[in-house]
Design a protein around this ligand. Structure first.
Ligand SMILES: Nc1ncnc2c1ncn2[C@@H]1O[C@H](COP(=O)(O)OP(=O)(O)OP(=O)(O)O)[C@@H](O)[C@H]1O
Length: 681
């Protein structure tokens, strides 16, 4: 209720309510003006961000900028620490055009040796924006302005020096990270620099000298449980472990490379042969672990003086990333994850002094093949974890950094020998139960069929390693390219490769490699240039032979169990015991699928061959009978019976193998549904 009063002089009194309303109006106008000014300011800020190549949410961008400006960033100079047992570094790549198009903003700060992740979050009101900042410290961190040369200098160069000392050093450099984060880009550059450096060191004659040392190169990939020679038409290779625990990749060819040009020709060919798929993050995502091994061998005896392995790991994924995958991609991802977990455990064991504890290197083919890099007292390791800068990749980036952080953990974790023995007993009992169940099943089936394992072709008994000269390589690569272009090979990979050969992609790495090769050609000494073709054609037979003991599936399973026990004891996965067991079982099942698949294909092939022989025998038998008036009908009937019985055995064995394979597939389907829904996986 308003009250009107007169002021002295008869002036009307403004109603108090009206006064209040005017004040509110004025405040509203002021707010409107401020908002309009802020809008103009934001538009200008947005334009500045876009011009600086950093579009995206301007509030988060400005929160990150404020964080960086408020003295949180302390950058140290890189310095050479010599060769350490394990060196862990992180490299951040620049924001890509794809990320810019999606308005993803830069949310990683690398200030050597720290990495800071600024995850964009909303408060419970759903409006207020804030940053969840997580910081890590590594041996080195490289930001988007630092070159591959910088990365090489502080991570791989010490390993090259170590290997070239000629004292039998085994050094390994891994590129690890989310798909599309820059592993292949970084490794491509490192390969070029290694090529330059090794020959320069050999020329200088410190440790290994180029007159008594030969450099050989081999390159293979591990893809979906298979090991394939990248320099030999993706021939499938077997990884065998002999009685003494030596691991040998049988059939893998080592090519002699006499200079950086030779070296890069080989590496380039190997890189082009890798298995890739388009993924959300990367058009040519590498789905395999690619291992480039550089051996320095004594020219006269073939003795290994040093070995450097450069490993471009397949992109890491989380369980939830695989939801839309088909079975092939799912098992591929599961195998990748298992091998990355095993890698972490094996590097940790190296950090903790190796020999004292069990190293579960059999848990994956990747770790099996690199066994000496984890168990040799002369092993040195560098890991370069690559990260994408985008805010949308923050969860993945945190996973990568946590992985890298835990790799170099000082605490001795793992599992005790007593627990190891217990696991062995538990696994043995489980196997016995499974075998009993299989025997029961066989009884139901049994129609006098032979044990189907008898039909599997025996593994090779002895393998000789060949070093192949560059002339041979080029002939082979040409021949392979022609075969592929002519469509001789029918499989999916070779068709993809054939397409690549008919229209070779010119990747930045390739151009980089060629430029470096050309530059190195110029720098080569006259002696190098005048090297005779004879010497290039030299082929050396190594003394390596394998007493052939294929890794038993049971030991693989034991190591997978131990791997997950160890992860749990480190509190790494964030899973409960039941979930961790389910993941372990999935990993075993995927391993089983790969083994069963290979056995099924081999059995199918041998069945077809034997069936064809039986058909020929049958035809001949019939011809004999039809061509003679006076024939032994009893003899005919007996021989026909033998043929038919054998056919039934073949069919029955193949059906059993198929059934076992399909059972493993069903199990995988069930388990992966469960694992995909685990939030922490
Ligand atoms: N440091 C960098 N500077 C500039 N561009 C980069 C850098 N790192 C990566 N890139 C670019 O980012 C893209 C993805 O990089 P790359 O193929 O190396 O990723 P990746 O981690 O190997 O992926 P995947 O695991 O899927 O194979 C490529 O186009 C590459 O050229």
């Amino acid at each position: 209720m308003s009250r009107r009063e007169s002021l002295p002089g008869g002036r009307p009194v403004i109603d108090k309510t009206r006064q209040k309303a005017l004040q509110i109006e004025a405040e509203r106008n002021a707010r409107r003006e401020a908002m309009a000014a802020r809008k103009i300011e934001r538009a200008a800020e947005e334009r500045r961000n876009v011009a600086a190549g950093n579009p995206g949410d301007i509030d988060f961008i400005s929160l990150v900028r404020d964080w960086r400006d408020s003295g949180n960033v302390v950058r140290e100079d890189h310095f050479h620490k010599g060769v350490s047992k394990i060196c862990i570094s992180v490299r951040k790549r620049p924001v890509s055009s794809k990320e810019r198009a999606k308005k993803d903003h830069d949310s990683i700060t690398c200030a050597n040796p720290h990495v800071h992740v600024h995850s964009a979050k909303l408060k419970v009101d759903g409006i207020t924006k804030y940053l969840d900042n997580n910081s890590f410290r590594f041996d080195h961190s490289f930001d988007e302005t630092e070159t591959t040369q910088d990365v090489y200098k502080y991570t791989t160069m010490p390993l090259v020096d170590f290997v070239c000392a000629g004292k039998g050093g085994r050094a390994t450099c891994f590129a690890y990270g989310q798909t599309g984060s820059g592993k292949t880009y970084t490794m491509g550059g490192i390969q070029v620099m290694v090529a330059e450096d090794i020959y320069m060191l050999l020329g200088e004659g410190s440790g290994c000298r180029d007159d008594d040392t030969v450099v050989t190169v081999s390159m293979f990939e591990l893809y979906g449980g298979r090991c394939q020679d990248l320099l030999n038409d993706r021939t499938r290779l077997k990884i065998l472990e002999d009685g003494k625990g030596e691991v040998v990749v049988t059939g893998l060819e080592e090519y002699q490379a006499s200079d950086p040009g030779d070296f890069l020709t080989l590496v380039d060919a190997g890189n082009r042969n890798r298995t890739t798929h388009a993924t959300e993050a990367n058009d040519t995502s590498s789905r395999s672990h690619a291992v480039l091994q550089i051996h320095l061998r004594d020219k006269a005896t073939g003795r290994l003086k040093g070995k450097l392995s450069l490993v471009d790991l397949a992109g890491s994924e989380r369980g939830s990333d695989t939801k839309s995958h088909n079975r092939q991609r799912r098992t591929e991802s599961s195998e990748i994850n298992k091998s990355l977990l095993a890698l972490k455990e094996c590097i940790r064991a190296l950090d903790n002094g190796g020999g004292q504890q069990h190293v579960p290197y059999r848990a994956s083919k990747l770790t099996l093949v690199l066994k000496d890099c984890f168990t040799s007292p002369l092993a040195r390791t560098a890991m370069i974890a690559t990260v994408s800068p985008g805010a949308s990749a923050c969860d993945h980036t945190l996973n990568t950094l946590r992985y890298a952080d835990r790799v170099k953990e000082k605490k001795v974790g793992g599992i005790s020998n007593a627990r190891k023995a217990e696991i062995r007993v538990e696994e043995e009992a489980k196997r016995e139960r499974q075998q009993q169940a299989a025997r029961e099943l066989r009884k139901q089936y049994n129609a006098g069929a032979d044990d189907f394992d008898e039909h599997l072709p025996p593994p090779p008994v002895e393998e000789k390693k060949k070093f192949v000269s560059r002339d041979n390589i080029e002939r082979r690569l040409d021949a392979n390219a022609q075969k592929k272009a002519g469509g001789v090979h029918g499989n999916r990979h070779s068709q993809q490769q054939a397409a690549k050969y008919t229209e070779p992609p010119r990747s930045p790495h390739r151009n980089q490699a060629n430029t470096a090769a050309a530059a190195s050609e110029e720098r080569r000494s006259p002696q190098r240039r005048s090297r005779s073709p004879q010497r290039r054609k030299q082929t050396i037979e190594s003394k390596a032979s394998v007493r052939d003991v294929q890794r038993p599936q049971a030991e693989v399973f034991d190591d997978v169990t131990m791997l997950h026990e160890s992860l749990r004891s480190h509190g790494d996965s964030g899973l409960g015991a039941a979930d961790e067991d389910a993941v372990a079982l999935l990993h075993k099942t995927v391993d089983e699928i790969f083994e069963e698949e290979e056995q099924l294909l081999n059995l199918h092939m041998s069945t077809i061959q034997e069936s064809a022989e039986l058909l020929t025998s049958e035809g001949k038998l019939l011809q004999q009978v039809q061509g003679q008036d006076d024939y032994e009908i009893d003899d005919y009937a007996a021989r026909l019976e033998v043929i038919l019985a054998r056919k039934m055995v073949l069919t029955s064995n193949l059906s059993k193998k198929l059934k076992k394979f399909r059972e493993a597939l069903r199990k995988e389907e069930m388990l992966s549904q469960r694992v995909e829904n685990m939030p922490a996986y």
